[in-house]
Ligand binder design. Structure first.
Ligand code: ADP
Length: 264
């Protein structure tokens, strides 16, 4: 019948469309993999000469080739700080491309959150001391052991804590871990009394290279990649990072995560 004929034509058209979409999806995946590979190679190739530049700059700064004039010292210090910034960007791009290319596998182990936070605090101690802020850790009752990727979780907390210290001029930074009920997600929150984040930026800052202030005259260093890495790492842990912030009052970044990442 006419109806059957029409259905047949429509089905054939749909199948053709499907095939076209499938081919496009494969092409996009290949392009994306090529992009990640290119970025990874390029970042790697940049690192070696950059490390050499930084090495020689430091030798000069230490006076191995003689006393420096104040202007020479100032210029070398600029080379050093710009070089470090570039190295940081390169390392973070490498991290992102590794994650995107699935080349940053999960390494699961059993560990406790209190020990993890203690380690983070010890590592950040010099920066905490320099910040002159009151930094404290609070542990909820009944925090269970977790079976997760310790290094990735540590990287997220280190990142959130160093942001809190960077964007807070007075007051305090509080790191707290909670687990409301045995079946709920665990949380590690970093709360600061810093500059806060305008609601218009609260989602944006989790995207690559996004900073509230990215002008050349901005007051804070950084690459704008830290939170986008945190977001990706949290995702690998089966969790997410949320933000609550009031401009001028402070921010709370919270990592929510399960005891074990779900199987993928
Ligand atoms: P970076 O710190 O290198 O700029 P991030 O991705 O870690 O990059 O953060 C992106 C932006 O989010 C920062 O530039 C800053 O504008 C904002 N931000 C992050 N953490 C805080 C915080 N604790 N308080 C205020 N602003 C913050």
């Amino acid at each position: 019948t006419l109806l059957e004929a029409r259905v047949q034509v429509a089905t054939a058209e749909l199948a053709e469309q499907n095939e076209k979409l499938r081919r496009q999806a494969i092409q996009l995946e290949q392009a994306s993999a090529a992009k990640s590979q290119f970025l990874a190679n390029m970042s790697h190739e940049f690192r070696t000469p950059l490390n050499a530049i930084l090495g020689y700059t430091n030798m000069l700064l230490q006076g191995v080739s003689g006393e420096l004039t104040p202007i020479q010292r100032r210029n070398l210090t600029r080379i050093d700080s710009n070089g470090r910034h570039l190295l940081e960007v390169i390392n973070e791009i490498l991290d992102i491309t590794r994650i995107e290319a699935g080349r940053m596998p999960l390494h699961l182990s059993d560990f406790g959150i209190p020990e993890l936070l203690q380690e983070v605090m010890a590592e950040m101690d010099p920066i905490i001391v320099r910040s002159k802020l009151a930094v404290s850790t609070h542990l909820g009752a009944k925090l269970p052991q977790v079976h997760s990727d310790r290094q990735k979780m540590k990287q997220v907390v280190l990142n959130l804590l160093s942001n809190a210290l960077k964007f807070t001029h007075e007051g305090s930074v509080r790191v707290s871990a909670e687990c409301a009920t045995p079946s709920s997600l665990l949380t590690i929150s970093v709360t600061d009394t810093g500059i806060g984040i305008d609601p218009a930026y609260q989602e944006k800052i989790f995207e690559d290279f996004q900073q509230v202030d990215s002008s050349p005259t901005r007051a804070y260093g950084g690459t704008g990649l830290g939170l986008s890495i945190c977001r990706r790492l949290a995702d690998m842990l089966g969790g997410r990072v949320t933000l609550q912030s009031i401009p001028g009052q402070g921010s709370t970044f919270t990592l929510h995560f399960p005891r074990r990442p779900r199987r993928t």
